[in-house]
Design a protein. Structure first.
Length: 93
């Protein structure tokens, strides 16, 4: 694992990052899903390795969910903060 990687949840509003790894073992608490299911769901919504993400907005309660622009086509998705913990990104300066 690269040392400059941080969870998606740690990016600030307006900050961009490149997805480098998705690791379910980093999930902060138990989720009632089969092994690999959360990672599969994340991949299905378009969050894949080496894609650029931009944090657009945080929800009002505990900054949850997080609105994220995926890639350069303007697609916006919302992801729960605890699920964003398993998405490791390399921040873009």
């Amino acid at each position: 694992m690269q040392t400059n990687l941080i969870p998606l949840s740690k990016l600030n509003k307006g900050q961009k990052g490149i997805v480098r790894q998705i690791d379910e073992q980093l999930l902060p608490h138990d989720v009632e899903l089969e092994a690999g299911e959360l990672e599969r769901r994340i991949l299905e919504i378009g969050i894949i390795e080496n894609i650029e993400l931009k944090v657009l907005h945080f929800g009002l309660i505990n900054r949850d969910p997080i609105a994220v622009q995926v890639g350069g086509d303007g697609t916006t998705i919302a992801i729960r903060r605890n699920e964003s913990e398993i998405i490791l990104v390399e921040p873009i300066k």
